[in-house]
Design a protein around this ligand. Structure first.
Ligand code: ZN
Length: 454
């Protein structure tokens, strides 16, 4: 559906080609004898025109905009229409429509050749030009949530482009309430998302129900980061910063904090401790890595394979300790791995120890072990070029890099009073927000302009 500028219906009518194409256009026309766009693109010095909204910055134009009767018309691309077709239906000549779209595509900011269905084109027309038939002056569209592109007609009839980037702010948002169906739904209902629910559940790993959504009536309180524009529209949802949960199995509060000495963000409780580590990365008690995780040429077969764990070089007979509490799920011989033990831990984690020379004879499959229990000795059984422990950590069946895998550190900030002070500041900031209403803007993320085609 196309509506038209109420002030000049006759002119607009003459320019519109009826309608096979028009029927394809999903959008309507917003009618506005507007100067907004001209304000944005008018050439300016530092003393910018005061009417320019401060959330938009703009490239410097050398072209002066005529102050003439101008109409804004809006169309939406559908799966069956091309952008140039939409512009033609709005009133552009085929040549202008093609030139404007070519210029926009030349910026390289629009991805592939075809614009996605739903993309909105805002076109501005000089209605007096072309003997009253009207002429396309400019076209703008959103390349992504933060970036708008603008193609503007030059006196020679070609189009130049510029990029308008919204200023983006980071702020914190809080959502608190109780579960009706599940945690994700409760968060989504208040503007959150599913990934936040997963982050909350990860903080309470012993709660068998929370990873499945929690129980009706259980209470939550979270604070998270968002990137938003100056109008408060959320552009992206960022990290969880705080989560408190009060339920049948879980009760506690966790604050995200990044100690400056390690730069490693983790969740700490009010006393300054992270969660206990589920696993150690170093089951020999020390680390002398002879071969890291990742793709490599296999030393025996010569094939390029994923090295699914880490090799720790050590003399035959060096004690191997369980990396975490769990149940021995396999213990015995396997081709390649030689003498091996698998331990099942909680939360989908499994550790594997291979090439052993012998087992702790008191153990057998199905038995429980505690972290640090002696399980066996380093050897070179199976396919091994020399004595070493091949150690794997698998998460939900996937091979993880034991060295870089994100595991709780078990750190307490009590040993580093400066970091503890910073955590307390962070806790105060979060708790103040929890007592406040509305979003709190904390920092500006980006504000930049890229002239794409000056
Ligand atoms: Zn290995």
């Amino acid at each position: 559906m196309i509506s038209k500028d109420t002030k000049t219906p006759a002119r607009v009518d003459r320019r519109f080609r009826p309608s096979r194409k028009a029927e394809l256009i999903a959008g309507g026309t917003v009618v506005l004898a507007m100067l907004v766009l001209f304000t944005l693109v008018r050439p300016t010095s530092e003393a910018a025109s005061p009417a320019a909204p401060d959330w938009l910055t703009y490239s410097d134009f050398s072209q002066d905009m005529p102050t003439i009767s101008t109409a804004e018309r809006v169309g939406t691309i559908t799966s069956r229409t091309k952008a140039a077709d939409v512009l033609e239906v709005l009133g552009a000549s085929p040549e202008d429509a093609a030139r404007a779209m070519d210029a926009l595509h030349e910026t390289g900011l629009l991805g592939g050749s075809k614009l996605a269905a739903g993309t909105v084109l805002t076109a501005y027309f000089d209605e007096a030009a072309n003997d009253g038939l009207g002429q396309l002056v400019s076209v703008s569209l959103r390349a992504d949530p933060r970036t708008s592109l603008l193609a503007t007609r030059k006196p020679d009839g070609t189009f130049m482009t510029s990029t308008l980037t919204a200023r983006v702010f980071t702020s914190m948002r809080r959502i608190a309430g109780s579960i009706d169906t599940n945690l994700a739904d409760a968060l989504i209902a208040q503007g959150g998302n599913e990934s936040l629910a997963e982050s909350v559940a990860a903080l309470f790993p012993d709660d068998t129900q929370l990873s499945k959504g929690g129980r009706k009536g259980e209470r939550f309180d979270i604070v998270y980061q968002v990137a938003e524009d100056e109008r408060g529209n959320v552009l992206e949802t960022g990290d969880l910063l705080f989560a408190a949960y009060n339920g049948k199995q879980s009760n506690g509060s966790w604050y995200r904090f990044e100690p400056s000495d390690t730069g490693r963000a983790e969740f700490y409780n009010r006393q300054g401790s992270t969660q206990k580590p589920l696993l150690t990365r170093y089951p020999l008690g020390y680390a002398q890595i002879s071969s890291g995780f990742g793709r490599r040429m296999h030393p025996v077969s010569g094939l390029l394979l994923l090295h699914s764990g880490v090799d720790f070089r050590a003399p035959i007979g060096t004690p191997i300790y369980a990396a975490g509490d769990g149940v021995i799920s396999q213990m015995g011989w396997s081709d390649g791995y030689g003498r091996q033990i698998h331990i099942d831990h909680k939360r989908g984690f499994e550790t594997v120890y291979a090439h052993m020379s012998g087992f702790n004879t008191k153990l057998s499959a199905g038995m429980r072990v505690k972290r640090g229990d002696l399980i066996g000795y380093v050897g070179n059984s199976g396919t091994a070029t020399g004595p070493h422990l091949h150690f794997e950590i698998r998460e939900d069946g996937r091979y993880m890099n034991p060295v870089s895998l994100n595991l709780p550190s078990g750190r307490s900030l009590a040993a580093t009073p400066e970091e503890m002070d910073k955590l307390r500041e962070q806790i105060t900031t979060i708790d103040t927000l929890r007592g406040a209403t509305g979003p709190v803007t904390t920092a500006r993320l980006t504000t930049l302009t890229i002239p794409t085609n000056p």
